[in-house]
Design a protein around this ligand. Structure first.
Ligand code: NAD
Length: 480
């Protein structure tokens, strides 16, 4: 049966969602359509009173929701899926407007949101272990934390917000979503749709200025922060959360290596590496940001990679054959241009592209490849989060692993080759939260996702993502 639209939702008017109501504000901000640099719709800036009201409503909602069963909450999530699917077309168009992504990928993202929801509908309630001794029985129970705040980035504004809402409510928590000020639109509408099926106050959204994130992290009646964003901001969140001993999940930046082993099939690996490096115009936390290729096939691989990268058409969402959209915002655009300038100033060899980024009507940058820059170059040590990637030569595999691990980040990694044992050995030795073998990096609801080292604390998704929203309580009952 085709899903029905429960109530009309406007996709051209945007509000915060507090205690089941749409709420405006005196102050406004707006995102930019990055394909044109034109302003998108106004969005209210949440005030300090809005924060207080939302936190109070969330605690009220949690008090009831935590007493519901897993089955009841999961059934509500299934209803949310139906409500969600009724708006897929509108949400796709909105996502394209706020991010400039090519339609095929924006549309796939909206569809994958449904798959995320479906995964949660199928999840079993996690149960703690029970130990039965002659004198006592110990039960471990997972109990919800209370109220969570989701602090979200702009690169996948919808999926990364949804990926926090689902486990939070399924585990019995309330959640307040704070979208990135660059991309508030789809996240606000996701929460509006969620309010068609969840009780008032359970899933809320507050958008605003630079004061809002810190206000949520500092608030004593918020019990958990699930943050996705840069390493620099994540460190601030962690430090501030210490004041109230808030639980934190931190999903932060990466500087992911891709290792092309000596026996890799270049024709297969090059398109995968190109996709890993340039998908979403490289604005992906798990994008391949350092590419290590064995010296025996360095030149051939580089040529193959250039040939694939050249075919990646850059343009607006509905242009025929477009593969890459713009950089999402001007701040990031300027930051990425800094990597181009540095590579030019240092005299590195541009295997594809040039040091000058031509001005266009949007924040467009074409895929660019730097040929074998030194290990201490900016393009190797830092995360550009834009379509400029270094390819480096190595002579032996242990050296490649050592160089790949020589980073304070440890989010993801990819490795390409034929020998299954060698692939596993390399995967095991890479210091990363996720490793993909013979594929571009692709996160999804089934696999645990999180970083090691400075890339994060805790994981999302998978089955353990649920437990990021639970405390464990040990109840020991003495017998006789
Ligand atoms: P960012 O750190 O600038 O912002 C992230 C969020 O934090 C935004 O909502 C922002 O408003 C908020 N914020 C800013 N200052 C804050 C403070 N002091 N306290 C609380 N909240 C604050 O990150 P971004 O530019 O939006 O996203 C890009 C970065 O995110 C990249 O480094 C990327 O690698 C990383 N990222 C990581 C993952 C992951 O899962 N590990 C996924 C996507 C993006």
């Amino acid at each position: 049966m085709a899903p029905s639209k429960l109530e009309t939702i406007s996709f051209t008017a945007f509000s915060n969602i507090i205690d089941g109501q749409l709420r405006g504000s005196k102050g406004h901000y707006h995102g930019i359509d990055p394909t044109t640099k034109q302003a998108n719709w106004d969005v209210p800036i949440a005030t300090a009173d809005d924060v207080e009201d939302a936190v109070a409503a969330a605690n009220r909602a949690h008090a009831e929701w935590k007493a519901s069963t897993w089955e009841y909450r999961t059934e509500r999530i299934a209803r949310f899926k139906d409500a969600w699917e009724a708006y897929e077309e509108e949400l796709t168009n909105l996502l394209l407007k706020e991010t400039g992504k090519p339609r095929q990928f924006g549309s796939a993202e909206i569809k994958s949101a449904s798959q995320f929801i479906e995964w949660h509908v199928g999840l079993k309630e996690p149960k703690g272990e029970t130990y039965d001794f002659p004198d006592k029985k110990i039960d471990h129970k997972f109990v919800p934390l209370g109220v969570a705040a989701a602090i979200c980035p702009w690169n996948f504004p919808l999926l990364l917000s949804l990926g926090k809402v689902l486990p939070a409510v399924q585990m019995g928590n309330a959640i307040i979503v704070k979208p990135s000020p660059f991309t508030p639109y789809t996240a606000l509408k996701m929460v509006e749709i969620a309010n068609r099926v969840f009780p008032p106050g359970l899933v809320q959204a507050l958008g605003g200025d630079d004061k809002l994130g810190p206000a949520l992290v500092d608030h004593p009646d918020i019990h958990k922060i699930s943050f996705t964003g840069s390493i620099a901001t994540g460190k601030k969140v962690m430090a501030a959360a210490a004041k109230t001993v808030k639980r934190v999940t931190l999903e932060m930046g990466g500087n992911d290596p891709a290792i092309v082993l000596p026996d890799a099939d270049i024709a297969k690996a090059a398109p995968m590496v190109a996709m890993g490096a340039f998908f979403n115009t490289s604005q992906v936390c798990i994008a391949s940001k350092r590419i290590y290729v064995h010296s025996s096939q360095y030149e051939a691989f580089l040529e193959a990679l250039i040939n694939v990268a050249k075919t990646l058409k850059v343009g607006t969402p509905d242009e025929e054959g477009v593969m890459l959209g713009p950089i999402q915002n001007s701040m990031q655009y300027e930051k990425v241009k800094g990597f181009f300038r540095d590579a030019q100033d240092q005299g590195y060899k541009f295997a594809l592209g040039a040091g000058q980024v031509p001005e266009t009507q949007g924040y467009f940058i074409h895929p660019t490849i730097i040929d074998n820059p030194p290990d201490d170059s900016l393009i190797v040590t830092e995360e550009p989060f834009g379509p400029i990637v270094p390819v480096q030569k190595y002579d032996d595999i242990d050296e490649a692993i050592r160089r790949a691990n020589n980073s304070r980040a440890g989010l993801g990694a990819t490795v390409f080759g034929k020998d299954p044992q060698l692939l596993q050995r390399v995967a095991d030795q890479l210091e990363a939260g996720s490793v993909w073998i013979n594929s571009y990096p692709a996160a999804g609801p089934q696999a645990q996702f999180g970083g090691v080292k400075e890339s994060g604390i805790g994981t999302e998704f998978g089955t353990m993502g649920i437990l990021a929203y639970a405390n464990v309580k040990a109840v020991t009952t003495f017998k006789g």
